[in-house]
Ligand binder design. Structure first.
Ligand code: X2X
Length: 355
């Protein structure tokens, strides 16, 4: 009896081993997987995307090769189309901003609610909390698997006309904004003139003076030398711009478990590095210490705000009173967009932030 049992166990073990090898052997990776990124590889965002690709190659012993395409090249510059492309599978991977998916998934406007999130701590609580989970689950239903969070950053206002300390100062300013509706509402509400322009055309637009201003995080202001076009920067953290490290679901499901694990680990690691890189100098010593201690990485520029000042930018920090004027002025936008984002998600985000 014992012998039969032993034999059965042995047969099962052999079958299971064959089966698992069989599954792995059945898997033939594509020669190359495509990845879309809206910016270039000199931005922290782009460096994080490259790091993900490098780590995936390393952790899968060269089985999975991801080629990043910069500047939304695969989308002919149409930054708002990335999610659709990854959902359909015409692009395999993405390291992309939730702003650029917010036209397709309305809930992604959560991060663009004006003056709602404001601090890194709040942002992390949302991303790794219930609201973040809800967003990721919603994406998976659309065939996009989000493996890790990254960051473009809190967006700041820059312009070539005058220092902005109140909505009054924004009257008539022609501001390049991301091509999405909530931006129109915010900037119109503040008296400015929002101009839609894809990022692919934006820097040329700044050079040619087609607009007076724009808004982007320090992680973008530095690599484009924004002070060469816009002397004035207002720090107002008015909305957050997270990134997601994503893969098409069919591609994901085609990977054996061991490869999935490697791709996910690589995304988490690259995301953590990338977040610390773009936050460096903006959150005290926290991010700079992560870069140094965890990654052994010493950035050339440690204090991003001091750096732009040293290049000639005039940086305005709003007082709490000045900030309040902006918060009150944009309240109608907030009221309108909470409904579009979804009350459940909004409440979950508040819950996350107050935990
Ligand atoms: O278009 C922008 O401003 C950018 C580069 O920040 C995004 O892709 C959201």
């Amino acid at each position: 009896m014992k012998k039969i049992l032993l034999l059965t166990v042995l047969i099962f073990a052999i079958l299971a081993t064959c089966f698992s090898f069989g599954v792995a052997a059945d898997f033939t990776p594509k020669r190359e997987y495509t990845m879309t990124v809206n910016v270039g590889n000199t931005f922290g965002w782009g460096m994080g995307a490259q790091k993900w690709a490098d780590l995936v190659k390393e952790k899968t012993n060269g089985q999975i090769i991801i080629k990043p395409y910069w500047g939304s090249q695969l989308l002919a510059g149409k930054q708002m189309n990335w999610l659709q492309a990854v959902a359909e599978g015409s692009i395999d991977f993405a390291v992309e901003s939730t702003i650029n998916s917010s036209a397709v998934i309305k809930s992604h406007n959560l991060f663009s609610l004006p003056f709602f999130i404001n601090t890194f701590k709040n942002l992390d609580r949302i991303e790794y909390g219930k609201a973040g989970q809800m967003l990721i689950e919603e994406m998976e239903k659309m065939q996009v698997v989000a493996l890790a969070w990254g960051e473009n950053g809190f967006r700041q206002l820059t312009n070539s006309i005058r220092p902005v300390t109140s909505p009054e100062d924004m009257k008539g300013l022609r501001v390049r904004v991301c091509p999405t509706a909530i931006y129109d509402d915010i900037f119109k509400q503040l008296g400015a003139d929002p101009i839609h322009m894809n990022w692919a055309d934006a820097v040329t637009g700044f050079q040619q003076g087609a607009v007076d201003g724009q808004e982007n995080p320090y992680g973008v202001l530095l690599p484009v030398n924004i002070w060469e076009y816009h002397e004035y920067i207002t720090n107002w953290n008015y909305l957050a711009d997270p990134l997601l490290f994503c893969v098409n679901k069919r591609v994901w499901d085609s990977f054996p478990e061991i490869i999935q694990l490697a791709v996910k680990e690589a995304a988490r690691e690259a995301g953590e590095w990338e977040k610390a890189f773009v936050r460096r100098g903006l959150d005290g010593d926290t991010s700079i210490n992560i870069l140094r201690d965890k990654f052994g990485y010493e950035p050339e520029i440690v204090d991003q705000i001091e750096y732009v000042k040293s290049q000639g930018a005039e940086v305005v920090d709003l007082t709490p009173e000045q900030l309040n004027v902006f918060i009150e002025a944009t309240q109608p936008v907030m009221d309108k967009w909470v409904d579009i984002v979804g009350k459940d998600l909004f409440d979950a985000a508040i819950d996350d932030m107050t935990k």
